[in-house]
Design a protein around this ligand. Structure first.
Ligand code: NDP
Length: 257
């Protein structure tokens, strides 16, 4: 399905990004995998090579999406190696707990720089190449962009911004044949909640609560998100742009009662 296509995935070292890399690899894509953790990236890269039908070896670029020079390096290395870009998946993101009463500007800055400013600049630099291929962009947002939750303030703001960014850029690039969409996951079983926003015990209680906070009564799996990302990036979604698709077991549709 993606034979001959070049697919760039940020945050490919773990969780949803790593699963998405494996899916694209199975579908014969040439991959560019980026994140900060070199060791994890190389492990995922080797797995991608293994499942790729033609044993295509991904290009690994170690980069921090909060650093402008690193973002520029991602695009430079991609074009040096493959001479084009067909799909950009803006997946890298961080979660942080904090309310208006106890948050700090450094948390706001790190969340917004990673979740919004990073995709903003990477998309800017990728666009000239996506114009040439009439490519496609998929942003990994959250149900927290569509609905409001207390105590994750900066994160909710960042994902709402990413959703609006998705729609605006979709309209700007539609005349050039580029599609721009987002997935909005509910709770997905990755390590993200344990990286600063919850203790192990809090996480276990949170997952138990998913029985009632998600209409389908359970958290989601990374595969259930990656399959929607590959769909949106594919020609099967050729008439879809500017959407923010909940992949959240119905959480976005629920109201307390
Ligand atoms: P993970 O923590 O497993 O993945 C996050 C990825 O982002 C990692 O690969 C990490 O790599 C990368 N990353 C974080 N900060 C930076 C940075 N400054 N520069 C470059 N890469 C960075 O979590 P998920 O897979 O769950 O998260 C992926 C996306 O899904 C995020 O945008 C998240 O907001 C979103 N999401 C997740 C949900 C969930 O319940 N899991 C729910 C809704 C949305 P490294 O540390 O190597 O840099």
């Amino acid at each position: 399905m993606f034979s001959g296509k070049v697919v760039l995935i940020t945050g490919a070292s773990s969780g949803i990004g790593a699963e998405t890399a494996l899916d694209f690899a199975k579908l014969e894509a040439n991959l560019v995998l980026t994140a900060r953790n070199k060791e994890n990236l190389e492990k995922i890269s080797a797995e991608c090579e293994h499942v790729s039908p033609n044993k295509l070896k991904p290009l690994v670029v170690v980069a921090d999406v909060t650093k402008e020079s690193d973002i520029k390096n991602i695009i430079d290395k991609t074009i040096n190696q493959f001479n084009k870009l067909d799909v950009l998946v803006n997946n890298a993101g961080i979660l942080a707990a904090g309310s208006i009463e106890n948050t700090f500007l450094d948390q706001y800055d790190s969340v917004m720089n990673t979740n919004v400013r990073g995709p903003y600049l990477l998309t800017m630099l990728a666009t000239p190449y996506l114009v040439k291929t009439k490519g496609s962009i998929v942003n990994v947002s959250s149900v927290a962009g569509l609905r409001s939750f207390p105590n994750v303030l900066a994160y909710c703001i960042s994902k709402a911004a990413l959703d609006q960014y998705t729609r605006c850029v979709a309209l700007e690039l539609a005349p050039k044949g580029i599609r721009v969409n987002a997935v909005n996951p509910g709770v997905i079983l990755t390590g993200i909640h344990l990286k600063g926003s919850m203790s192990q015990q809090e996480y276990e209680i949170y997952l138990e609560k998913c029985k009632s906070t998600h209409a389908l009564g359970r958290p989601g799996e990374t595969k259930e998100v990656s399959s929607v990302i590959t769909f949106l990036a594919s020609d099967s979604a050729s008439n879809i742009t500017g959407v923010t698709i909940p992949v959240d077991g119905g959480r976005h549709a629920m109201c307390p009662r």
